[in-house]
Design a protein around this ligand. Sequence first.
Ligand SMILES: [Zn+2]
Length: 191
Amino acid sequence: MGIKGLAICSDNKVYKNINKTYIVRKIEKKIHRLQRQVSRKYENNKKGKEYVKTSNIIKLEKQIQLMHRRLANIRNNYLHKTTTSIVKTKPYRVVIEDLAVSNMMKNKHLSKAIAKQGFYEFRRQLEYKCKFRGIELVIADRWYPSSKTCSQCGEIKKDLKLKDRLYNCKCGLSIDRDLNASINLSKYKLA
Ligand SMILES: [Zn+2]
């Protein structure tokens, strides 16, 4: 799972990050604009120290609420589309990484993007959809070096940075870092 894409699978299928699409960005901008309008209206209608809710403000706040709901629906529908598509490829098992300890969670700038992606909801959906179809779902051990290991020769690159998008190995392999990690996860063996 990632920020660039929502999910990168070992069969090279990439499910994009919906938050980078035009429609989501447009709605987010609109919410931002409406919120600025509302706070301006609150300031302008202030009676002494008291904030007053005018009918205009109520109207705008309703609009904001609606936009938030639309966004939540788009994100949730997309998660469902993705998790269903994954289980429909009929794998005998699915291995995913332990999110709570993934590198991304430690990064403050990324935590907001992660919240928008809904990784936990993604995992919850995958869990019950796998169970329903008799697919084994494995959460890889938190210490499993899925990103740092070369999926071709097994060499471990200790100095791999989060910004390194390409995994280059001495053995000659040059591969997208997320695809490399997903191939390693697909070969994951329980201790
Ligand atoms: Zn290698």
